[in-house]
Design a protein around this ligand. Structure first.
Ligand code: NAP
Ligand code: MG
Length: 491
């Protein structure tokens, strides 16, 4: 195993949140320990904020929205600020990647990929600021009607721990591009890079109050933010249960929401698929980030004539997978926290008890620190579609295989969960590519490929229990703004 190159980043640092352009502690002075999943050891701390801190951040965002330079800034200037932030992220890439890996346990290369993705979000949305515009509408004689795209105002972003840098980028990039101001509450398990990006935003020249980060527990800071009456719009990525709680809180104020709530995404492998191309993608789609990816390809549906061949090839690959500390840069890292590991372990045990067959297990590196929160990659074969492991999001390195006969059954199985986020279709048949892409209920469908999380230009979001609203691409800019219709009666 390689040297532990990244293990000293932020050692002992007491991080502060960023409110109104200043580094501030929680009013209560209480702090939350920050531990590294690779060894379970505490290395830093963040403020444990509550209702009052959130209120200060929302007030600051409100002031920045209504007064001061942000309120009058032309779109092109907002774009330049976002572009400057993108370049600062690139300039600080080594530190940010090390921080992200240490905070979440993800392999070093994934940390670096996440930094590149984050920089790309601010670049993309920086470029989009002055290219999105309203319409003129043919109306009655003597009138001119037009639409303006207006920011909502203060946007609250509640961010999960799996891809903090990237998800912050997609939320902040689109929200700020449209002229909103922002209060972000990252997950208490992964707040460090959000704090650093908010610091870099100040360095880039964002006015005080435009980009605030409040840290703390979801039940305190998160709940206070989603219920705050002066928040105009809420965007959330995380679990369906928390999504419901956040929507209920926002509903009291009748505010709009975007919900990105995970999935149980299928990859459908037909007998005519190019298996050399498909196999590495099938494995990566579930192993990337230890399976803690909303768009993870956690089900593989295989046409019966090739089921034996494909399942054997996947088992061979799974058996070779190794989990270990982030700085060893192995196939996967530890899971985010002991609760998540226990949840994954319980779902695997329950599946085995219910009769699901384990086709292969990977390994945890023999030198991996004892205190780390590792779970072995696990492959289940010929899973009962009615079972929990077939239907529920595991959010761990666990893949379930299913056999199917023909296109119709493939689509029925693919649509047979409450989720609908992403799907993959592997076939050489052009007609079938189009038919299946049309009939699968998912926000994104990849044909002969799979883009777990990737593609900043591509609109992304769920059907069914995977949520509503769209992020990424230009579509996110519509979610992050509202249409104002203006009618002139000039006779
Ligand atoms: P979670 O509860 O959905 O957490 C996501 C975010 O919501 C975090 O910032 C969290 O803060 C915050 N939060 C929690 N309760 C809140 C509340 N009542 N009001 C406002 N904000 C609140 O997810 P989790 O408990 O960490 O993970 C549980 C499961 O969710 C996972 O096993 C996985 O299946 C799923 N998940 C999905 C995604 C995804 O990308 N779709 C991401 C993460 C988790 P704190 O973490 O600080 O409490
Ligand atoms: Mg952490």
């Amino acid at each position: 195993m390689g040297q532990h190159l990244l293990t000293t980043v932020a050692e002992g640092r007491a991080f502060m949140q960023v409110i109104d352009g200043k580094a501030v502690d929680a009013i209560s002075g209480q702090r939350i320990d920050v531990a590294c999943p690779s060894d379970g050891k505490v290395f830093a701390s963040i403020p444990a904020s509550g209702v009052q801190d959130v209120d200060l951040a929302v007030q600051a965002a409100r002031r920045a929205f209504e007064e001061g330079p942000w309120a009058r800034m032309p779109a092109v200037e907002r774009g330049r600020l976002l572009a400057r932030l993108s370049r600062l992220i690139e300039k600080n890439a080594d530190e940010l990647a090390a921080l992200e890996s240490r905070d979440t346990g993800k392999p070093a290369r994934q940390g670096r990929a996440d930094v590149a993705g984050a920089a790309r979000y601010y670049e993309f949305y920086g470029g989009a600021c002055d290219k999105i515009h309203g319409d003129t509408i043919p109306f009655l004689d003597g009138y001119t009607a037009l639409t303006l795209r207006e920011p909502h105002g203060v946007v609250a972003g509640i961010i999960p721990w799996n891809y903090p840098l990237q998800i912050l980028g997609r939320v902040a990039g689109a929200a700020l591009a449209m002229g909103n101001t922002l209060v972000v509450k990252p997950a208490e398990d992964a707040s460090l890079t959000a704090i650093r990006v908010a610091e870099l935003a100040l360095e880039a020249g964002f006015p005080a109050g435009a980009f605030n980060v409040v840290t703390g527990y979801g039940s305190d800071a998160g709940a206070a933010l989603s219920a705050h009456p002066d928040v105009d719009y809420v965007t959330f990525t995380g679990s369906p249960a928390t999504g419901t709680a956040i929507q209920q809180a926002a509903a009291v104020n009748n505010r709009g929401v975007t919900m990105e709530l995970g999935g149980k995404s299928p990859q459908i492998v037909f007998a005519d698929a190019d298996l050399d191309k498909a196999l590495p993608v099938l494995v990566n789609a579930i192993i990337q980030n230890g399976g803690q990816t909303c768009s993870a390809g956690s089900r593989v549906l295989i046409e019966r004539p090739v089921y034996g061949k494909v399942s054997a090839a996947l088992a061979e690959r799974f058996a070779k997978l190794v989990a270990g500390p982030h700085d060893a840069d192995l196939d996967l890292g530890a899971l985010i926290n002991p609760k998540q590991r226990a949840r994954v372990a319980a779902m695997v045990a329950e599946a085995e008890e219910a009769g699901a067959k384990v086709l292969a297990r990977g390994a945890i590196h023999k030198d991996a620190p004892q205190g780390g929160w590792y779970h072995v990659p696990t492959l289940f074969g010929a899973v009962d579609p009615a079972s929990a492991i077939a239907r529920e999001e595991v959010f761990g390195p666990v893949l379930a295989l299913f056999a199917f006969d023909g296109e119709e059954e493939a689509v029925r199985l693919a649509n047979g969960t409450e989720y609908g986020l992403v799907a993959g279709v592997w076939t050489a048949d052009g007609g079938r590519q189009h038919r299946v892409a049309k009939h699968v209920r998912a926000g994104q469908v990849f044909v002969n490929g799979y883009g777990a999380g990737g593609g900043i230009e591509l609109p992304f979001g769920g059907f069914k229990r995977s949520g509503h609203g769209r992020e990424k691409g230009f579509e996110a800019l519509y979610d992050m703004s509202a249409t104002k219709t203006v009618v002139f009666n000039h006779g």
